[in-house]
Structure formats: structure tokens, C-alpha cells
Design a protein around this ligand. Sequence first.
Ligand SMILES: *[C@@H]1O[C@H](CO)[C@@H](O)[C@H](O)[C@H]1NC(C)=O
Ligand SMILES: *[C@@H]1O[C@H](CO)[C@@H](O)[C@H](O)[C@H]1NC(C)=O
Ligand SMILES: *[C@@H]1O[C@H](CO)[C@@H](O)[C@H](O)[C@H]1NC(C)=O
Ligand SMILES: *[C@@H]1O[C@H](CO)[C@@H](O)[C@H](O)[C@H]1NC(C)=O
Ligand SMILES: *[C@@H]1O[C@H](CO)[C@@H](O)[C@H](O)[C@H]1NC(C)=O
Ligand SMILES: *[C@@H]1O[C@H](CO)[C@@H](O)[C@H](O)[C@H]1NC(C)=O
Length: 410
Amino acid sequence: MREIVLLLLASSLLLTSTTAKSTIEPCSSNDTCNSLLGYTLYTDLKVSEVASLFQTDPISILLANAIDISYPDVDNHILPSNLFLKIPLTCSCLDGIRKSLSTRYKTRPSDTLASIAGSVYGGLVSAEQIQEANSVADPSLLDVGTSLVVPLPCACFNGSDDSLPAVYLSYVVRGVDTLAGIARRYETTVSDLMNVNAMGAPDVSSGDILAVPLSACASNFPKYASDFGLIVPNGSYALAAGHCVQCSCALGSRSLYCEPASLAVSCSSMQCRNSNLMLGNITVQQSSAGCNVTTCDYNGFANGTILTMLSNSLQPRCPGPQRFAPLLAPPDTVPKDLMYAPAPSPDFDGPGSIAASPGSSVIPPGGGPLPGNFANGPAGSISTATFSSLSYFFIMFLISVSSFSFVFSS
Ligand SMILES: *[C@@H]1O[C@H](CO)[C@@H](O)[C@H](O)[C@H]1NC(C)=O
Ligand SMILES: *[C@@H]1O[C@H](CO)[C@@H](O)[C@H](O)[C@H]1NC(C)=O
Ligand SMILES: *[C@@H]1O[C@H](CO)[C@@H](O)[C@H](O)[C@H]1NC(C)=O
Ligand SMILES: *[C@@H]1O[C@H](CO)[C@@H](O)[C@H](O)[C@H]1NC(C)=O
Ligand SMILES: *[C@@H]1O[C@H](CO)[C@@H](O)[C@H](O)[C@H]1NC(C)=O
Ligand SMILES: *[C@@H]1O[C@H](CO)[C@@H](O)[C@H](O)[C@H]1NC(C)=O
């Protein structure tokens, strides 16, 4: 009884201070995972400029989007405004929730917190969140050249969805989106999205941030490898071992396949011990007993050394050649097909559409952070409002109450 009163109080206070909904994953250990941001370019930007906005490297961004990195001078390739990209990001556990604080932005003339949040970072962050993360007293007095921490959303959910490997994409809902459209686009279901995001109803509003599970292939590297737990979404490539190795899912399978990266330079040996096979090599040998398949697999990166593992298996039939997501040319235009479009939409809106008031929606009464949804989400996700300094306290409060009520209801 007391619980219910407390929750209603907390939710009604949230209602007064909130804007768009955002999924927040509570966490307790300080482990990290790899995650993705769904980012729509607010203007034409070079690949290297997108990379510096997120303090990541251009090659990782290109490979995450299956863009061919062997094009000459690809770092300086200009990507078109409104292009949708997946940005790889390391997701941490800070103050009990999943987020990333590793991105910094240096302010330029005419920047405001609202333009940085809504336009430059495409609504992945709110002005209030930047203000709070940097203890900005007066947002109207923003000195040019100030280095601001940009807190970005992310989720790990144990690297799985329905017990299958998954990488989570933080996706900013646009006006044209429906939950069904987003589910179709990312090959998941409305009910899965509702579970992951602890939604009471299949409704989304422009500016909401959803955690979208992307089916993925998981590695099985030893714990001491620096890339332990590497998990790569279907259709993406990931770099490992200091840019020496690239990994992706083989089409039609859940197995991770790694090979020398196309730009590999000064790398440690990639030969499997006691064998003449190189990392990524697969040999097949038909015998009366079946097909003898020998592979030289990547087994993680430790102490600057590429670990390899020779494995042998007898299979009933010899496997055909492995196929991977095709690498695409660096785009010059926003494709009309759905390759980069976030969800089936009639057309791409004009520039600036993504900045359209993230925060025009409020938590529907009975939806969002109200109790009853908690038990559905993996590892206790909480869908709640983008938090300001005031609501932050109540979110923490809700998290503790939710674990409390979870214990009692299970
Ligand atoms: C968190 O990280 C610190 C070092 O960074 C480590 O000493 C500590 O054991 C970690 N805690 C957990 C719960 O993993
Ligand atoms: C996390 O995932 C691993 C395998 O991916 C599984 O063994 C483990 O039980 C999961 N843990 C939780 C808390 O779901
Ligand atoms: C991976 O993506 C391809 C192409 O988009 C699709 O055909 C395949 O079913 C996907 N595989 C998994 C395991 O999701
Ligand atoms: C082994 O892999 C190397 C590097 O990827 C490649 O050049 C070579 O042709 C492969 N050999 C076999 C037998 O597949
Ligand atoms: C499979 O082939 C490898 C080398 O090609 C060989 O060492 C191994 O004995 C073979 N295994 C079987 C069961 O034939
Ligand atoms: C890596 O180096 C450290 C210290 O040099 C050593 O203790 C550790 O065993 C090494 N790990 C591996 C996997 O070689």
C-alpha cells in the first residue's frame, strides 16, 4: 500500500518536469558493453567530423554501417545531411544507470544548449542533461570554446534479447515513426520493443529514445582478452585487436567470423600455432566419416597479441562459402531505399526535421514510468522521461522502488 502511494507521488512529480520518454537501464556492476547510437546528420559532414563529434574513430563508424573503408581518402568523404548512421559507443554503468559520458563537445559561436542537443546531437541528449552534466548555471552565458560533456544514452541488457545475443541501438523517434515501423525496420516485433522499453502501450512520440535490440553474433573470448564480450550486430562489421582484425556475422548464421582487417598494418602474427593457416582461413576435407572442417579463429586480443585458436570439427556436410553483409560505397546521397532510413517513411524530411522539438511529448498517464511494466523488461528496464536535475532524483527513487516491488511480486 505504501509503495503505491510513493509511486504515484513520484510519477506525478515526473509529469510536471519532463519531456520525451527515454529508456533507462539500471545497472550495478561497472562492466561495459558495446552499443550503438542511431544518429541522423544535421548537416553535411565529413566522416572524420562525425567521428570527432562522438570521439570515436572514422573507420569504426564506417564499418558499423558496412561502408567500404578501402575507398581513397575515405575519412574526408562528405556524408550528406539527414543520412542515418549507427555510431558505435562503449556503454558504461555510471551512478547506477547505463550511459556514456565519454563524449565532449567544444562550443562554437551561436551554439545554444538546445541547438547542441537537438541539432548537433540529433536529440540523443536534451539541453537539460547537458546543463546538468556540466553544472552550467546560466545556459544563456555559454562561452565559445567551452568543452562540454555530452551524456549519451545506451543500453546493454546483458548483451541479449530473448536469450539470443543482441546489441542495443539508442534510437530517437521521429514524427513519421510508428512502433510497428521501427520493429519491421530492425527485424524485431512490437511486443519485444514494448518489453525491452517497458512500455504500457505501443505508442511513441517524436523525440522519445528507444532501446532497439539488434540481433547479433557473440564472441567467446577468454576473460583476460581486452575485447572480452565482443558482440557484433548482424549487418555490421567491428574492428578488433587495434584495427588489425575485423569481425562480422556470417549471413544466415549466428556465428562470429573474424579475419585480418583490410587496413591491417603492423599487426602481431595472425597465424595459428602448429598450422600454416592464417586467421580467418577455413579448410574443408571430405572424408568417409564426413567433412573435416578446420578453422583458424580469432580468440581475442591480450597484451598486444592477437590470440588465435585452431579448431577442428567433423560435420555431416561440407559448408558452402561463407557470405557476409555486402560492403557499400561511401554514400553521397541519402538512399531512397531503406538502407539508412530509420523506419519506413514516406520521404525524407527537409534539413532540421530531426531537431523538431525533442520534448514535445509528455508521459501518458498510465504509461511510461508507472509500475506494472517493470517485470516485463529484461533486467528491469524503466521507461521514463528524459531527466532534468529535478526528475533525476525521482528516477533513482523509482529504480529503488521498482527493485523493491519486483522482489515482492516475484
Ligand atoms: C569497478 O572498477 C574498479 C576499478 O576500476 C574495480 O576495482 C572494482 O572491483 C569494480 N567493481 C565492480 C563491482 O566490478
Ligand atoms: C546474461 O547472458 C548470459 C549469456 O549471454 C547468460 O548466461 C546469463 O544468464 C545472463 N544473465 C542474466 C542476468 O540474464
Ligand atoms: C541478418 O541480416 C540479413 C540481411 O539483412 C538477414 O537476411 C538475416 O536473416 C539476418 N540474420 C539474423 C540472424 O538476424
Ligand atoms: C588464408 O588467409 C589469408 C589472409 O586472409 C589469405 O591471403 C589466404 O589466401 C588464405 N588461405 C587459405 C588457404 O584460405
Ligand atoms: C582433419 O584435418 C586435420 C588437418 O587437416 C587433421 O589433423 C585431422 O586429423 C583431421 N581429422 C579427422 C577426424 O579426419
Ligand atoms: C599479460 O601481461 C601480464 C603482465 O605482463 C601478465 O601477468 C599476464 O599473464 C599476461 N596475459 C596474457 C594472456 O599473456
